[in-house]
Design a protein around this ligand. Structure first.
Ligand code: HEM
Length: 447
């Protein structure tokens, strides 16, 4: 079996080399798509705590334990940069989004953006989303073949238009923007990465222009009056030292935040729905709790959803919507005593920790009570559970996401019961963000 070293360690550095298989990228990527958990376990058995794989024509160093993952996310020595890595994957469609910024510039933008996610604004978003989401869930189709992934995708897109944009768009215009937006997301994940007519990449570039034009057109009105939506909040947000966003910044951040918020929440909802269908006893437990809580969720009742909270955490553990945190080394550096040369791409992969039997007993089992105060298995390591990343780029929308997800699930539980055949096991498409290939067909019955 082949074993190849990523790079020789300079003689003056007391560090270890990093090994991988040296297989061609296409083989590595296909293997990963087919069985990512198995691939990580096999690599750990063979190469120990760190390896590298080839993907998208690049070599990515991947730590296989929690300390190495943490080293990348925390980036204490500032050796790792986001822009060159995320920029390579999604740059043409999401350029100048906050996740694609680094160091001082990132800090500057994050301090302004943080103003849109204060408790006061979160309370406002939560209140505004209640009637809209209750109404949307009430119109969910009923029957034997409801594709929940599609339903959640539509609900979260509509939510984004209403809560993030605060615009009452005619249906055709809303659909046009939704489509442009989906094209940008799909383009970032496409394997053909050139502007060839008819490809996902070309559609993504055209759609980016549609979104820019759309946001620039609505911007003057948003600047003129303050309203509670994210678009307006970003137009008026100022950091403690009085810095604000330019028009360009607002447009770039809006396009990025819409992307960051959308598929991630959709995948979390779909994963929760899958496990709640596979484990009706948990669905019943969550429903019991929902029935005992008010139908509208308020900021101070959110913590009452302890069952949904555990189900959500366990679902995020088993199927993390953002598979990894890619970075590039901007200088020769090291990860836990292993040499990483300048220019190397690295990635902290959530699944590496989320499915590690050294951190989680019986890791493939759906067992939300792992997150109970008594068991608290997530405290095995600071990065044992890391679906929202960590360090300075940690998800800014994690509270927003929980509010949205719990509101939708709460409404779903109160109105419907859903199920899958006992022998149904979903198959994930890992070539994009991890979604079920069949879009999760379930049987939905009104209560
Ligand atoms: C369950 C849903 C979500 C998951 C699992 C998730 C996950 C993540 C992860 C892993 C990162 C870090 C990426 C990195 O460091 O390379 C991130 C960043 C980010 N997320 Fe989320 N996210 C979710 C929902 C949201 C929502 C709802 C919003 C907006 C309302 C949002 C906005 C952002 C932004 C703006 C960043 C970039 C932060 C920065 O670079 O400073 N996310 N998210």
């Amino acid at each position: 079996m082949s074993r190849k070293q990523l790079a020789p360690v300079p003689p003056d550095r007391d560090l270890k080399p990093i090994h991988g298989t040296g297989h061609p990228g296409v083989i590595e990527v296909l293997r990963f798509f087919r069985d990512p958990i198995g691939m990580v376990a096999a690599r750990r058995a063979r190469f120990g705590d760190i390896t590298y794989i080839k993907s998208f024509g690049l070599e990515f160093v991947i730590p296989l334990d929690a300390d190495g993952t943490e080293a990348i996310a925390v980036n204490r020595s500032k050796a790792f940069a986001n822009e060159p890595a995320w920029g390579f994957l999604i740059g043409p469609f999401f350029r100048r989004g906050i996740m694609l910024m680094d160091f001082e510039e990132h800090r500057h933008h994050r301090r302004i953006m943080q103003q849109a996610f204060t408790n006061t604004h979160l309370k406002g978003y939560l209140q505004d989303m209640q009637p809209m989401l209750a109404e949307r869930v009430a119109h969910l189709p009923i029957g034997d073949d409801v594709r929940l992934l599609d339903e959640f995708k539509q609900i979260t897109l509509d939510l984004a238009l209403e809560i993030f944009l605060g615009l009452d768009l005619p249906r055709a215009e809303a659909d046009r923007i939704n489509r442009a937006f989906i094209d940008c997301v799909n383009a970032g994940l496409s394997l053909v990465r050139k502007n060839i007519p008819g490809t996902r990449w070309a559609r993504g570039l055209a759609s980016r222009r549609v979104l820019e034009e759309f946001f620039h057109r609505h911007l003057p009105a948003k600047r003129a009056t303050a309203s509670p939506d994210l678009f307006s909040v970003l137009c008026h947000a100022a950091s403690e030292d009085g810095h604000t966003f330019s028009d360009e910044d607002v447009v770039n951040h809006m396009i990025f935040v819409l992307m960051a918020a959308h598929d991630t929440s959709t995948i979390t909802l779909t994963t929760m729905a899958y496990y709640l269908a596979k484990h009706p006893e948990w669905q019943e437990r969550a429903r019991d709790q929902s029935r005992r809580l008010p139908p509208e969720i308020a900021y101070d009742t959110l913590d009452g959803f302890t069952v949904l909270d555990r189900v959500m955490k366990e679902s995020l553990r088993l199927n993390s919507p953002v598979p990894g945190l890619p970075r590039q080394a901007r200088e020769d550096t090291e990860i836990c005593g292993h040499f990483v040369p300048k220019g190397t791409y690295v990635a902290a992969i959530a699944m590496v920790n989320h499915h590690n039997p050294a951190l989680w007993p019986d890791p493939e089992r759906f067992d939300p009570d792992r997150f109970s105060d008594e068991r608290a298995e997530d405290r095995a390591h600071r990065y044992a559970w890391m679906p929202f990343g960590g360090g300075v780029h940690k998800c800014i929308g994690l509270y927003f996401a929980q509010m949205e997800i719990k509101t939708i699930m709460h409404n779903l539980l109160l109105r419907y019961e859903w199920s899958v055949p006992e022998d149904y096991v979903w198959k994930l498409d890992n070539s994009t963000l991890p979604v079920p290939k069949d879009r999760l067909p379930v049987r939905v019955r009104a209560l």
